[in-house]
Design a protein around this ligand. Structure first.
Ligand code: PMV
Length: 302
């Protein structure tokens, strides 16, 4: 989601862009199944100003040279730009897509050729493909259009508006050692070696995502669908031991829980999405667990 655009000084451009959370459909969306994704209230600010040579000051690691590539895609000479990225968007909450979209947007402002959302989505997706090869485009769609989106790769993008208000917790299970590219590659290897089994899991994920959408639209509890999705992601082999144990503890106290994003096997698996209809009580229950937790709210617009 894009927010403020301002000129910081006469020759600088700045844009704020929000992160995202995958409610359902990570990984299966790469294989043509639907995903549900929502904007979150964590943002990144990109500022671009003139410079004698390319410089980058960033809170986000840019191992793949995404910022430089985004400037090129925006048609701006990177060697004339100083870029600053200040980020509150942690990995798994769409940070690479936010970098791509934020830099392109700010660069186009900087060169006085503002970009519309559809073109920005196309360019940000192009940039995201550099980050992890086989990107489904769901993250760039989420950070560019914002709100709650139903997304099918190359087919559908629908903005959903919910009358019912849903609260979720995002709980840190530890930073994944693997990149999104590695996790997408891991699933691809499984899909190639055990095609029938993987196809079945991915299809079931698609079915769960469809039911998830209907339950959101009907204002019903999503505990069951979150859990089904979480267990399928475990079966797919993208959830490490620590996140599995933590998920089990949440299920024991009656929550729906799943990883959100690409996951991770070697150490952490990123953020867990936790649902309970009495979330305030759950927050008190888990107070002593010593975890980094924040709350997100989706829907409730009607
Ligand atoms: O990079 P993450 O953690 O937001 O995950 C992206 C979602 C995947 O389905 C794993 C990849 C994709 O491009 O859809």
């Amino acid at each position: 989601m894009l927010n403020t655009r301002r000129r910081v000084s006469i020759d600088e451009s700045c844009c704020e862009i929000f992160g995202k959370v995958l409610l359902s459909g990570e990984h299966s969306v790469v294989y043509g199944e639907p995903a549900l994704v929502a904007g979150v209230n964590r943002s990144m600010t990109v500022t671009i100003g003139p410079s004698g040579k390319y410089s980058l000051q960033s809170d986000v690691e840019d191992r793949m040279g995404l910022v430089y590539y985004a400037l090129e895609l925006a048609g701006v000479n990177p060697d004339r730009c100083g870029v600053t990225v200040e980020s509150d968007v942690s990995p798994g909450l769409g940070s690479s897509a936010a970098v791509c979209a934020g830099v392109i947007r700010a660069a186009r402002e900087f060169s006085e050729r503002p970009v519309g959302k559809d073109e920005l989505f196309r360019l940000a997706w192009e940039c995201e493909k550099k980050a992890h090869g086989n990107s489904s485009g769901v993250d760039p769609a989420a950070v560019v259009y914002g709100g709650l989106i139903w997304y099918i790769r190359n087919k559908e993008r629908e903005s959903l508006s919910l009358t019912h208000r849903y609260c979720f917790l995002l709980v840190d299970s530890g930073l994944p050692e693997e990149s999104t590219k590695e996790m997408v590659g891991l699933v691809r290897t499984g899909y190639t070696l055990h095609n029938k089994r993987y196809k079945r899991i991915l299809n079931r994920m698609g079915e769960v995502t469809k039911r998830f959408k209907q339950r959101l639209l009907d204002g019903k509890s999503v505990r069951g669908v979150v859990n089904e999705n979480g267990l399928l992601l475990e079966e797919l082999g993208v959830v490490g031991d620590r996140a599995r144990r933590l998920s089990e503890r949440f299920r024991e106290i009656g929550c729906g829980v799943k990883i959100t994003g690409a996951g991770g096997m070697k150490s952490g698996s990123g953020r867990l999405l936790v649902f309970h209809s009495e979330l305030q009580r759950i927050k008190e229950d888990i107070d002593g667990w010593g975890m980094d937790v924040f709350e997100i709210i989706i829907g409730g617009s009607g």
